[in-house]
Design a protein around this ligand. Structure first.
Ligand code: FES
Ligand code: FES
Length: 878
């Protein structure tokens, strides 16, 4: 038995081999200690042991004998309030999953050095990964907390209105900082049992037989589930129903993440033991591991319909003729790798029987309604019988759109009639969920003698892996945005997405544009050289301006501010010795004629305004956006406005958190609903003959507002935003492909050794909702883009992923550079959501090509493959 103290209390653990993390989480229910990787690589489980930081997933409790362990729960009340304030005030919390671990590392530093500089803070955080924030705001928050603790500063009172443009604190900042907010794995349900999938041994193999008899005799085994047990449609998939929930005997696996069986056990510790008793006979088949192989004549078919998932063809003007007549032409081939989302929270879901023939699912995905639809199909029950509630989501970036654990948890709970939790290990998470698409791109860009772009011709081949996921739309966006945010009209882009036996690829921040923008922007630098102008100048000469026609034939609306973005970074670019620049644009919303609806219900309950939307917050701060939209519309103080968590019985379907759409779509739906409530409020004020009297903050006085709301108790107001867009290939002149586009320009400066010295990022995000949130999104996106350019890779050999979490190449605080964020302003604005545009994806896209340009300037090597080789960050062949 091991004895030690945790947060001042003496504790005992009978099982000396138990990992400290599991003891803290499972036995003591200390939810600030998060399991991000279980292999010592991420820092989410960080605790203090005798004053020193330690990852709790590493040591067995036997090593703690006589020691003193501190978790965030054990901080003094003063420390808790200071850290909670500083992290909220600095906008340091996004998905929040890394934050308690960060606080522990901060405390470890401040306890011995109460007045650290930024470099010391960075060093203290080098064992903690944050995938959302880019570290800047976390460092700011720690420096602020240090000052407050040092100087004994009181927590400042802040007057808040909740209106747009205000640094309104995120509503979930405190619970995420202190670790009291619950993610799916923090939830414990009475009688809960556990399930895990047995994954295919080979990327491509026929399942000859499955023998579960030995497993079923194990005392801990409740049930082994196979494809034969699925009551409904075994095929899942949001757009194409091609993903088997379980591979049946006689069926052929498509990648190593395919589930062959599910085991359900009483204890989670026995899952692997029981899984090892399930015997599967495979007939191993040669895998198809590249799109070239997949599309070759005679290639084995991965899906019945063939190996071509999607073919995109975009043609405007006459690119061939324009290229032939152009003064300068550049053609290059680019290779972009698979990359892994590496969100900090591995997938987890809990499902349980609910009422009469229903299922209740707690999950942390990107759309509760997608989960509801998939589960209802799999179980063969009506959608209304499936209730899905969202827990906090520890990051997604597109990687939590598909079914991973949710459908299996629901299936297991349905069959064993018990609450079932499925939680992926980090290894399972990396193996199973879709990646960023690997793409091979041939790209030709031409211009005249003055550097005016005349044409683009490109061929894009994308590896969508075993299943469609979002591979069709990702390829489409790669193609539609390939020509960039520039004013020219000759475009010829062909795209092919092929199924292979690699892990599936799907949505990932940037959604295909990250890849094609790298090619276009890199080519532009070569053209600038041929013309004899700077990379900044060629972008400025071609930048799309309001009223001009984008290469996709859509007229740039009056909010278009690429010119302003470029001007904002000009001086920095001109003054830097080794700088690269890139610009980009990204759509908000699904667009291209696909039905796309934002919905929101506002109800008045208990004298408060409840904002009900299913828009998933995956770290971007959706609840805060909605509250600010509603406060702006109603002029009510934010203390009277709250958001509900997504729940299919309470919150209307507002679509998936994808395509940078939620700020505009759910934001506008909330505004529409709020305006209806405003009509009633105005009427009541009129009856009271006090008009719309506002206080100094231009808000309705809180006491009066409360009184008015009480008289509207129980009323509901519905808002829906469903803008029309035109389909691909529309014969309209100047079709509307997307409701809006955001624009950006980034400059990357290198020092003489090739280390990034500074990033200057100018963004057109329309009307600014929350400055700190927008900056945080941009900083996080930039650091993700740095990883994409320089260090991140997800090697797959023969269909087998080779990466571990610790070898993914994720950027740490010590490698994150200074980032200056500039939000440009523009008079013109879009009509929806007060003109706010999403920034989530836009943030990542220009970084890699800007870095490529900077290195080209530094050493003259034109790099066409990511992650780049022979840099400060990565030596050749690594
Ligand atoms: S869970 Fe311990 S370091 Fe990741
Ligand atoms: S806030 Fe750090 S990982 Fe999400």
């Amino acid at each position: 038995m091991a004895r030690f103290t945790v947060n001042g209390d003496l504790v005992e653990c009978q099982n000396e081999d138990k990992k400290l993390m599991h003891f803290l989480r499972d036995d003591l229910r200390l939810t600030s200690v998060k399991e991000g990787c279980g292999e010592g690589a991420c820092g989410t489980c960080m605790v203090l042991v005798d004053g020193k930081t330690m990852r709790a997933c590493i040591p067995a409790v036997s090593k703690l004998e006589g020691k003193n362990v501190i978790t965030v729960e054990g901080l003094s009340e003063r420390e808790k309030e200071v850290y909670a304030y500083a992290f909220a005030a600095m906008g340091a919390v996004q998905c929040g999953f890394c934050i308690p671990g960060m606080i522990i590392s901060a405390k470890g530093l401040l306890d011995i050095n109460p007045d650290p500089g930024r470099a010391e803070v960075k060093k203290a955080l080098r064992g903690n990964i944050c995938r959302c924030t880019g570290y800047v705001k976390i460092e700011d928050a720690i420096l602020m907390a240090a000052k407050m603790l040092r100087e004994g500063t009181d927590i400042p009172e802040k007057r808040i209105t909740g209106k747009l443009g205000e640094d309104f604190f995120r509503v979930d900042a405190v619970e995420k900082t202190l670790g009291t907010g619950l993610y799916a794995d923090d939830l414990v349900v009475d009688g809960m049992v556990y399930a895990k999938g047995l994954r295919s041994k080979y990327p491509r193999a026929r399942i000859v037989s499955i023998d579960a008899s030995a497993a079923e005799t194990h005392p801990d085994c409740i049930r082994v589930i196979t494809a034969d047990d699925v009551p409904g449609n075994i095929k899942c998939g949001h757009l194409a129903k091609d993903w088997d929930a379980l591979i049946a005997v006689g069926g052929i696996t498509r990648y190593v993440g395919d589930a062959v069986a599910l085991v359900v056990t009483k204890s989670k510790d026995k899952l692997d033991e029981v899984l090892s008793l399930v015997k599967v006979d495979y007939e191993e088949l040669t895998p198809v591991t590249s799109p070239v192989q997949a599309l070759a004549d005679g290639a084995p078919l991965i899906h019945e319909g063939g190996n071509l998932l999607s073919r995109q063809f975009i043609k405007r003007g006459d690119a061939d003729a324009a290229i032939a007549a152009s003064k300068h032409v550049v053609t290059r081939h680019y290779s972009l790798p698979f990359t892994e989302h590496a969100f900090m929270e591995p997938e987890c879901a809990i499902a349980m029987p609910d009422g009469d023939g229903g299922i209740l699912l707690y999950s942390g995905g990107q759309s509760i309604y997608d989960e509801q639809r998939e589960i209802s199909g799999l179980l063969g029950i009506p959608q209304e019988k499936v209730r899905v509630k969202s827990m906090l989501v520890g990051g997604g970036f597109g990687g939590k759109e598909d079914m991973s654990v949710q459908h299996h948890a629901a299936l297991a709970a349905w069959i064993v009639k018990l609450p079932v939790k499925i939680k992926f290990s980090r290894e399972e998470s990396m193996m199973i969920h879709p990646k960023r698409h690997a793409m091979e791109i041939d790209f030709t860009t031409a211009c005249d003698e003055n550097g005016h772009i005349t044409a683009v011709k490109a061929e894009i081949t994308s590896d969508t892996g075993a299943y469609a996921s979002l591979g069709g739309p990702v390829l489409q966006r790669a193609c539609t945005h390939a020509a960039g945010p520039y004013n020219f009209q000759n475009v010829h882009v062909v795209g092919n997405a092929a199924y292979t036996n690699n892990p599936p690829a799907g949505a990932f921040r940037g959604f295909g544009v990250t890849q094609s923008a790298f090619a276009m922007e890199s080519n532009l630098n070569l053209l600038a050289e041929l013309v004899g102008i700077s990379p900044w100048e060629i972008r400025f000469r071609n930048a799309i301006r309001p009223g001009e026609v984008l290469p996709n034939d859509q007229i740039a609306d009056e909010s278009t501010a690429l010119e302003e973005c470029l001007l904002a970074v000009k001086e920095t670019y001109d003054n830097a010795e080794y700088a690269g620049i890139a610009s980009c644009f990204k759509n908000a919303g699904l667009g291209v004629g696909v039905p796309d609806t934002g919905r929101c219900i506002i109800s008045v309950e208990g004298g408060k305004v409840h904002v009900r939307s299913s828009a998933a917050c995956i770290g971007q701060g959706m609840a805060t956006v909605l509250i600010q939209m509603v406060c702006e519309t109603l002029g009510l103080p934010p203390s009277l406005v709250l958001t509900e968590v997504p729940d299919t019985t309470r919150t209307p379907n507002s679509g998936t958190t994808t395509a940078s759409r939620q700020t505009t779509f759910s934001g506008e739906a909330a505004v529409i609903a709020a305006k209806k409530l405003m009509t009633d409020l105005a009427e009541l004020l009129e009856q009271k003959a006090c008009g719309l009297s506002k206080n100094d903050d231009n808000c309705i006085d809180a006491e009066l507002a409360k009184e008015l709301l009480l008289s509207l108790e129980g009323k509901e107001y519905y808002g829906e935003f469903r803008p029309d867009t035109d389909p691909m290939g529309s014969d309209k002149t100047n079709p509307t492909s997307h409701v809006s586009y955001g624009y950006a320009a980034q400059v990357i400066e290198l020092d003489g050794q090739g280390k990034i010295a500074k990033v200057t990022a100018a963004y057109d995000v329309g009307t600014l909702v929350n400055p700190k949130s927008a900056e945080g999104q941009i900083e996080g996106g930039v650091v993700m883009g740095i990883g994409y350019a320089l260090t991140e890779d997800f090697p797959v050999e023969g269909g087998y992923p080779k990466a571990k979490y610790g070898t993914l190449g994720l950027i740490r605080a010590t490698d994150a550079p200074e980032i200056e964020t500039i939000i440009v302003k523009k008079e013109g604005r879009l009509p929806a959501a007060y003109g706010a545009k999403g920034v989530g994806e836009l943030a990542t896209i220009p970084t890699a090509p800007a870095i490529q340009g900077a290195y080209y300037k530094l050493d003259g090597v034109f790099r066409q493959k990511l992650p780049m080789e022979d840099t400060y960050y990565r030596k050749k062949g690594k």
